[in-house]
Design a protein around this ligand. Structure first.
Ligand SMILES: [Zn+2]
Length: 223
């Protein structure tokens, strides 16, 4: 029995690896090839209180402040078109909040997220769920999701395989538009913002509307 399992595992490795980017493989310069999986945690304080300073972008900052860009996509060119799919175990409620987030990002006109499977040289996003319990209840934080870009860099061009996931151990806290917006933001290359009116603030504020700074951050990536 173990034999069969080992054989099967071998197959997975052999099958997946050449699939990564066969069409552009030859063009990859070794020095510029970096797969950078990013995992960020969004944490919510259980009693809904925030510690530390709270700031929002003010009127005079509009147009001047940008949500930071994650390093795999920083100073890179990439397509604004993504093909996305859901892992088969993603429940309907989670699909709905991810779909709402997809619609919101599409409505910006900056990115174009299309359902379906990408070719190996196309940008793609995978939506997933996972289970993770609070390890230390005294920390009063709950991980609601994680996500990030994973860019294959070819000279100055990046092919992004983004991931966005919700922690369904806490479905009432994680299956929300604000969490899906945050994790999809990471998948698209946005980093954390220090402004509480940003969807990319690292503590859930229930914000599901992109701030002007968030839009500027997206424009910086998808010029
Ligand atoms: Zn985050």
């Amino acid at each position: 029995m173990a034999w069969i399992i080992i054989l099967a595992a071998g197959f997975v490795v052999v099958e997946i690896h050449p699939e990564i980017v066969p069409q552009v493989k030859d063009e990859i310069k070794a020095t510029n090839t970096r797969m950078q999986p990013y995992v960020y945690l969004i944490k919510t304080n259980i009693d809904k209180k925030l510690s530390g300073p709270v700031k929002t972008t003010s009127e005079d900052q509009v147009g001047k402040v940008s949500t930071p860009v994650e390093s795999p996509l920083k100073n890179m060119h990439t397509s604004n078109t993504y093909y996305y799919h859901f892992k088969s175990n993603v429940p309907a409620k989670a699909r709905q909040v991810f779909q709402n987030a997809v619609d919101t990002y599409n409505n910006t006109g900056i990115v174009k997220l299309v359902p379906g499977n990408a070719q190996p040289n196309q940008n793609n996003i995978t939506f997933f769920i996972y289970h993770k319990k609070i390890e230390n209840i005294a920390s009063s934080t709950v991980e609601l999701g994680n996500g990030g870009p994973s860019a294959l860099q070819l000279d100055h061009y990046a092919i992004n395989s983004g991931r966005a996931g919700l922690n369904v151990t806490y479905p009432n806290m994680s299956m929300k538009d604000s969490v899906a917006m945050h994790e999809l933001g990471h998948a698209l290359g946005l980093g954390h913002s220090s402004y509480t009116n940003s969807v990319m603030y690292p503590v859930d504020q229930g914000v599901s509307k992109l701030s002007e700074a968030d839009l500027n951050g997206l424009r910086n990536i998808y010029k």
